[in-house]
Design a protein around this ligand. Structure first.
Ligand code: NAD
Length: 291
């Protein structure tokens, strides 16, 4: 069994991105600029945006955060988005989710210019992705692909079972893995799937993204399978300083001995997500997708 080390892969990609940024600057271009919009006081959102700022600095990007009170109206927020759409000093921007209930996340997502949609959530980008056209890929699926690539894990002709069909993980990763170049035969399981255990037990590659801690047990995993655990569930713990610990969707201790490769939680898929955002911002700065 080989442990897939997300931190190591993320560091290697970060080094590649920094080199690219240096080349751009040496060629007289300004540093890529990522803006994050943060609405309200959600603690987790502030933490995520803080990580993104730190990563931008490490990659040599310029990063800005626009903070708004949780009472900002939908219309005002849409106006701010329009300003960023038209601001030539900004290559890409994200609106940190979740948003307060009075603001439609769908409207906000669709208001972002697809050329600057470095989260890859705009329907134009998801549509292009589904059609196999160049697009900004959503972060978590792209991070999973980078892990498979880094470890040279064979995918062509393999049976892949994705558990979960969310717009940000299950649906896009399933779609990407059957595209040319990856060439898996993909099954998507979800909360209404009959015989889920039997489906998963046939998989050469399992992507667990349902958000139920330790759902995948050893009896569901074929000998030699590759297991990618996307799930993150925070549970209270008296053994850690913080008072909580993270669990994945896979019962790691009993599943790991059966696998050829497995991602731990934390330290597997998690560190990759932020790197994909950096990759997309660099692509935006280089105008690689839309010219
Ligand atoms: P979601 O709640 O939007 O979707 C979960 C999916 O799982 C749904 O499509 C549902 O049909 C399916 N599901 C629910 N119960 C099921 C069951 N019993 N059997 C089979 N399928 C079932 O979640 P999400 O946003 O896709 O996130 C999934 C997990 O991944 C969460 O734990 C989340 O915290 C984590 N996550 C991690 C990262 C990362 O960077 N590592 C990024 C995004 C999400």
């Amino acid at each position: 069994m080989e442990l897939i080390k997300g931190e190591e892969v993320a560091d290697s990609l970060k080094a590649d991105i920094s080199k690219e940024v240096r080349k751009l600057i040496d060629a007289g271009q300004r540093a890529p600029h990522l803006v994050a919009i943060l609405v309200g006081n959600d603690g987790a959102s502030h933490t995520y945006v803080g990580h993104k700022e730190k990563c931008c600095n490490e990659c040599g990007f310029r990063s800005s955060v626009l903070k708004f009170d949780e009472n900002i109206s939908e219309e005002e927020l849409l106006q701010e988005i329009e300003k960023l759409n038209n601001d030539n000093s900004v290559d890409g921007f994200i609106v940190q989710l979740p948003l307060p209930k009075h603001i439609s996340e769908q409207k906000v997502t669709e208001a972002i210019d697809p050329k600057k949609d470095v989260d890859g959530f705009h329907p134009v980008n998801t549509g292009r992705m589904i059609n196999g056209l160049p697009s900004y890929l959503p972060a978590t699926p792209d991070g999973i692909l980078e892990l498979l690539k880094y470890y040279n894990i064979a995918t062509a002709g393999k049976k892949c079972v994705v558990i979960g069909r969310s717009n940000i993980v299950g649906r896009p990763i399933a779609n990407l893995l059957f595209q040319k170049g990856w060439d898996c035969t993909v099954t998507i399981c979800h909360s209404r799937t009959a015989n889920l255990k039997e489906e998963v037990a046939q998989a050469d590659i399992i992507i667990a993204a349902l958000g139920i801690a330790q759902f995948v047990t050893a009896d569901m995993v074929k000998e030699g399978a590759v297991v990618i655990d996307v799930g993150i569930t925070r549970i209270p713990s008296d053994k850690t300083k913080s008072g909580w610990k993270l669990l994945g969707d896979v019962k790691f201790d009993e599943v790991a001995p059966k696998c050829s490769y497995i991602t731990p939680v934390p330290g597997g898929v998690g560190p990759m997500t932020i790197i994909s955002l950096m990759k997309n911002t660099l692509k935006a700065a280089k105008k690689e997708i839309y010219g």
